[in-house]
Ligand binder design. Sequence first.
Ligand code: IPE
Length: 261
Amino acid sequence: LELIILKLGGSVICDKSKPFSIRRRVLRRIANEISKFLKEEPEKKLIIIHGGGSFGHYAVQEYLSLKGILDLEALVNVERIMLELSTTLADYFIDAGIPISILTTHSLVMIDDERELIINTRYIEQFLRMGVVPMMYGDLIISSKGSIKVVSGDTLAWELAYRLKANKLLFATSVDGVYSSKPEFPNAILLNELSLSSMINKVTYSETSVYDVTGGMFRKLIEGIGKIRPSMKVYIFNGLRAGEIYRALKDRPLKGTVIKP
Ligand code: IPE
């Protein structure tokens, strides 16, 4: 039984420069790519996780700049906004024939005192067994201490990949993969492969590391430490490139970075 976890970055599904803007054409294409793959390989199990894009990030930033903390008002409103984004995605996916069930992150995941996620994985596994494609997303969640925290889609993706022993973890982002320096720099080279342990060594030696990735990319990688398994294939690639999500699901993206332990 092969399990694939696909994280759709917020900048793939949304235009992050504008609040509440969804890339509808991209969504339609992604829905068709996933649907085509599942029709060809119906025995594969898939979990989709998406980011906050210009919905969650925007709303969280608004509350933080307004109040400095995430309170109950932030909790209920961000949860509602994220569910709205997720429902929009589900509309496209279900229309393309993908049996999506939105598993609202805040009702399935809590955080404990030690910053460990408490996740009801049995529930997710049963959905998978029944042939459903569960969809979760970055969200606000409650902690056992009574505080409210942001859980990113990346954190969820790594955590679920680890706990459910996923065979493949795919990060569809808005760049081609991990670069040797900022992608905007002319000398930046796309890395075909990156080992998390070697990256950590380099990073601890100098603040401005060899792998001068963006905050987002860097965090995405750091979170994989301790969660990546040698048997897990991890790709970071460009989900805005037509056909690339399909090719990544098929194990042959045109470009991208393979992440190794
Ligand atoms: C953010 O999720 C969730 C909220 C802000 C509520 P992610 O961190 O996974 O989102 P993207 O992929 O960067 O947009």
